[in-house]
Design a protein around this ligand. Structure first.
Ligand SMILES: Nc1nc2c(ncn2[C@@H]2O[C@H](COP(=O)(O)OP(=O)(O)OP(=O)(O)O)[C@@H](O)[C@H]2O)c(=O)[nH]1
Ligand SMILES: [Mg+2]
Length: 463
């Protein structure tokens, strides 16, 4: 990384809005902005006084006015990047923002790479890697729960847990290393194998604890897919509209109205949900309908949870039974008996027989009846699926990257435990060292430049 360069980028979304920000970070940030910022109070106030907003104009080198702005100067090291930072608050228009960015680049800054501001915060030691990743999670969070988890990551919760574990590993390894380095003073035979074993078991349990909440956390972070499945005309699209509270899908009495997959987004119990309406499943010779049905089946297969809709005013059929059997292991299922406002021909016994244990909810989608009960049933099913009864104060682990690292460290520790009885001390020590080093990849203590680049490249420009 070219740390000595001053970087700049538009840090707010490009579009029309009240305020847009062009941000600079680096040793020449103040000097660069000074070349393009005409500030009336400059001399009287001893500008730039850090953390004050200065009113003035951005002008190009020919003194043409570009925008009326407020500029904040923040001096190192008390800034996001620990470098000098300047934020130019301008009017948010695509052309204005781009013009100011272009001007500061001409005045000596370099265009920042995606995530480079946060990368500098990491490299300059203000945050660790897990906190940098939490920044990304915060930006991407699509539900209240996801925001809460990202905030915990930002506060360094994961970093603290990981560092405490790594400390333990150092303590466990110390007597082993001492016996290699000072064989005269530390006799390997005096080593307390039972204590070593106990310590390793403790670390193993803590690592397992760390991974426990992963699936649920990921569901909160990335969202869950919920597919509405059923025979034609049972009211799937009506249910989608009722849940989304908008006329998203066409509803019609002609069976086979929905031919494609249709999606909408909603939030339930803190879970961001991708709700998918599907074409009604039945035997057909129509090639277009058949394609739609193939899509329905694959949506059912890939969903985290299936809402199986059955028409309560019609008798139970073999197709309903076949649809009930689509549920995979580890997939959630809620059964809806729709059209409960009409005379009922269906008994829940048949459903209970084909979908043992499944929650059954009666709705009248076109009247909006039973929708709240359906939402509650889906939330309960998701909680069950993602083991949400666990205490909320579980460690914050959301990324697949962390999970993989912890799993690998866990293997090292399990190897070390097996080695305590059977292998030379060097092997145990090496496994502990490997686990310590692996865990350092979470905080960024032991990570290579390529991986860092990969992580930060996922950020947006200007962050
Ligand atoms: N009485 C009654 N009619 C309903 C209810 N829900 C849906 N309908 C009617 O059933 C018909 C089919 O509804 P849709 O929501 O289009 O059903 P669908 O399952 O999406 O149908 P396809 O897209 O053809 O598979 C429409 O005429 C709806 O007005 C309900 O709760 N009660
Ligand atoms: Mg439909």
């Amino acid at each position: 990384m070219r740390e000595n360069e001053t970087i700049a980028a538009i840090s707010t979304p490009l579009g029309e809005g009240g305020i847009g920000i062009v941000r600079l970070s680096g040793p020449c940030a103040f000097a660069i902005v000074d070349r393009v910022f005409a500030c009336s109070k400059k001399n009287q106030s001893g500008y730039p006084k850090p953390r004050y907003l200065y009113y003035g104009y951005i002008k190009d080198f020919q003194k043409n006015l570009i925008d009326e702005v407020l500029v904040a100067f923040m001096s190192a090291p008390n800034t996001y990047t620990r470098e000098d930072i300047v934020e130019i608050n301008c009017h948010s228009g695509v052309y204005t923002l781009r013009s100011i960015q272009k001007l500061v680049l001409e005045a000596g800054a370099r265009l920042a790479e995606p995530g480079e501001f946060t990368k500098r915060a990491f490299i300059n030691g203000r945050i660790d890697l897990s906190q940098a990743e939490a920044v990304l999670n915060m930006i991407r969070a699509r539900s209240e729960e996801a925001v809460k988890m990202a905030a915990r990551g930002l506060q360094g919760e994961l970093m603290n847990q990981v560092e405490a574990l790594r400390e333990k590993l150092i303590t466990l390894r110390a007597p082993l290393e001492a016996s290699f380095d000072y064989p005269d003073e530390f006799d390997p035979d005096d080593l307390d194998h039972a204590a070593l074993d106990r310590g390793l078991e403790e670390v193993k349990a803590e690592l397992q604890m760390l991974i426990q909440g992963v699936e649920r956390n990921r569901a909160y972070q990335e969202g869950v897919s919920v597919a509405i499945i059923g025979k034609p005309n049972v009211g799937k699209s009506s249910l989608l509209n009722a849940l989304l509270q908008q006329q998203r899908a066409i509803v019609h009495e002609i069976p086979g109205t929905t031919r494609d997959l249709l999606e909408g987004y909603m939030n339930l119990g803190g879970y961001p949900i991708r709700l998918i309406d599907t074409a009604g499943i039945q035997g057909t010779c129509d090639p277009v309908e058949k394609q739609g049905i193939d899509l329905s089946r694959s949506a059912a297969d890939q969903a985290c949870l299936i809402i199986l809709v059955i028409d309560g005013s019609a008798p139970w059929t073999d197709t309903d039974e076949e649809l009930a059997s689509l549920k995979r292991h580890n997939q959630g299922l809620v059964v809806v008996i729709n059209k409960s406002d009409l005379e009922q021909k269906l008994t829940s016994d048949q459903i209970k027989y084909c979908c043992p244990g499944a929650e059954i909810v009666e709705t009248a989608a076109i009247k909006g009846q039973g929708i709240k009960r359906l939402e509650d049933a889906v939330t309960v099913e998701l909680d069950r699926l993602f083991d949400s009864n666990m205490e909320m104060e579980n460690p914050v682990i959301v990324s697949l990257r962390h999970e993989e690292i912890i799993n690998e460290a866990l293997i090292n520790i399990e190897n070390a435990i097996t080695a305590v009885e059977t292998q030379p001390l060097e092997i145990i020590s090496l496994e502990i060292q490997n686990a310590w080093s692996k865990m350092g990849e979470i905080t960024g203590d032991t990570i290579n430049e390529d991986l860092l680049d990969k992580i930060f490249s996922e950020f947006c420009l200007g962050k």
